[in-house]
Design a protein around this ligand. Structure first.
Ligand code: SF4
Ligand code: FES
Length: 258
């Protein structure tokens, strides 16, 4: 039989980007350990609605670890206590009866609070816009075996493509750096044959855009610990090597165009 938990939540409440915020306490009794963390917040919000109080704003969409919208700081840990797990896939069985759980938004200079637990993560979109795509003329899909892909490259690109863009790596980093996100987005294209045409332009542009918004990486490694998709910091080393190569290649290409 499922156990129920009586919890106290300390939740960051902030009515808008310029308003002062504070942690407010809420008693949440009768939480099933089989609920997800977000379902537990749904129950709190139902009760706040019934009381005529403002529900807690938090982001979510797929609730199955795919969309990357649901990031929360839970007891100071990005996505909570279970490694390799997004907030929406965290279950209440990870907590004990009587626990006091602090729930805050991502804390990073690049992610200002919009309301309560919702932050603006659009600087991640700016990085993607600057090169996280492959330029193709849309048309019929080419025959799959027309472009052979080495198995190692396919597997590494697949590992990088697991990034869901949640921003936990930024929130967990003491420098507020976005190297893990950027390196995953660079690698999943630059490792594949289809990504080669724009490889050096892509890495230079994405890294330069990243530097405009985020702090610098000093190899703390907190990002890979917080990442719900367990993306390795090896991708950061790989991106840094590609970036240095890009500096030479792009200068040479520029000289050839003149
Ligand atoms: S690298 Fe991991 S933590 Fe960072 S945005 Fe991607 S999935 Fe989230
Ligand atoms: S709600 Fe989509 S990843 Fe959590």
């Amino acid at each position: 039989m499922a156990t129920t938990l009586n919890l106290t939540l300390k939740i960051w409440r902030q009515s808008g980007p310029d308003a002062a915020g504070e942690l407010k306490s809420y008693d949440v009794p009768g939480v099933s350990e089989e609920m997800s963390f977000l379902e537990m917040l749904d129950i709190l919000n139902d009760r706040l609605n019934d009381l005529g109080e403002e529900p807690v704003a938090f982001e979510h969409d797929c609730r199955e670890g795919i969309c990357g919208t649901c990031g929360l700081m839970i007891n100071g840990q990005a996505h909570g206590p279970q490694q390799g797990t997004a907030t929406c896939q965290l279950h209440m069985r990870k907590f004990k009866d009587g626990d006091v759980i602090t729930v805050e938004p991502w804390r990073a200079a690049a992610f200002p609070v919009v309301k309560d637990l919702v932050v603006n993560r659009s600087p991640l979109d700016r990085i993607i816009e600057s090169g996280g795509f492959i330029s193709v003329n849309a048309g019929a899909a080419p025959e799959a075996n027309l472009t052979p892909v080495p198995k190692e490259a396919a597997e590494a690109a697949m590992d990088a493509a697991a990034c869901i863009g949640c921003g936990a790596c930024v929130a967990a980093c003491p420098n507020g750096a976005a190297q893990l996100f950027t390196s995953a987005k660079v690698a999943h294209l630059n490792l594949l044959p289809q990504g080669q045409a724009e490889r050096y332009q892509r890495v230079e542009s994405m890294v330069d855009t990243m530097e405009e918004y985020f702090g610098s990486c000093t190899n703390y490694g907190e990002c890979q610990e917080a990442c719900p998709k367990s993306i390795s910091i090896d991708f950061i080393a790989w991106m840094n090597r590609d970036y240095v190569k890009a500096k030479f290649k792009n200068r040479k290409l520029l000289g050839q165009r003149k």
